[in-house]
Write a protein that binds this ligand. Sequence first.
Ligand SMILES: [Zn+2]
Length: 357
Amino acid sequence: MGFNLSPDKITLRQPDDWHVHFRDGAMLGSVVAPTARVFRRAIVMPNLSPPITCIKAATNYRERIMQAVPEGIPFTPLMTAYLTDDLLPEVLEKGYRDGVFAAAKLYPANSTTNSAMGVSDMGSIYSTFETMERIGMPLLIHGEVTDKDVDIFDREAVFIERHLEPLLKSYPDLRVVLEHITTEHAVQFVEASGSLIAATITPHHLHINRNAMFSGGLRSDFYCLPVAKREHHRLALRRAATSGKPCFFLGTDSAPHPRSSKESSCGCAGIFSAPFALESYAEVFDQEGALDRLEAFASEFGPIFYGLPLNSDSITLKRHKHVVPDTFTSSQPITPDQGLIPFHARESLSWRVVENG
Ligand SMILES: [Zn+2]
């Protein structure tokens, strides 16, 4: 193997997805495959209903995920614990040391899908942060305040100032991933922090700004949390992702919802990016003239941050213009009600994954 870039073909080390939602039940059966076909490992979000808050729940969930992986495909789900006001630090420590939990996820209560049981007061779980700092367990953060008095477009910047800065002052050795960043503030904050702080960047936040949600009507397919921001933020994210700085790496935040839940009077937040995620990133790196940096972003900076070995297999993308289908099809039955719309539906992309080697 080895990185190989020609005008029409890229071979890179197999990537990992450092932020994905697999859901559960019938949906789980159909959405694991597109991730497992391209990514060797994935950090799996714990916001099920009820959320993953103990070792047994994580082990059982991992089992259900493995059953959904297509035959013969090597794939490792990396499980996370969902922090609540009363999850015991001892449970986290045991889960981490036993290799069940790769990290813990902090959702401020009511920040996004299934986060009602999230942390209501970060001050109340400081002993948890202390434990995580001591054992080196990564803290993954959905970085948005949930106060109704803060404008939705400002919630990430306010979270950083109000909660993240004080947290890192108190726990300077805590390893933190600020997930799915959406703003220039977040980019600057992460760049200015030490090597223990990193951020994931989704494909959709590299492609769309907030206008996408209102283009020709209300477009629920582009509604996600944190919401896409103004154009200058999108451009800052593109510069960050393609910068070659190890603090920024791939995390799709692929978050499927049945079509009926997206297209309702109170539609769910989430973009299902898994089916063409690597192609979507490749498009951005190509447009930015940075295809030579795609491998580091997709396949190296993540495992280095998590202290995991780099994958040894490779994957090849070819330049090949194709139109993304308007509905995701799966070998598993999906009821019409569950029809899933992939990111980039009906748009054309210039690269296509052709082989795993
Ligand atoms: Zn997410």
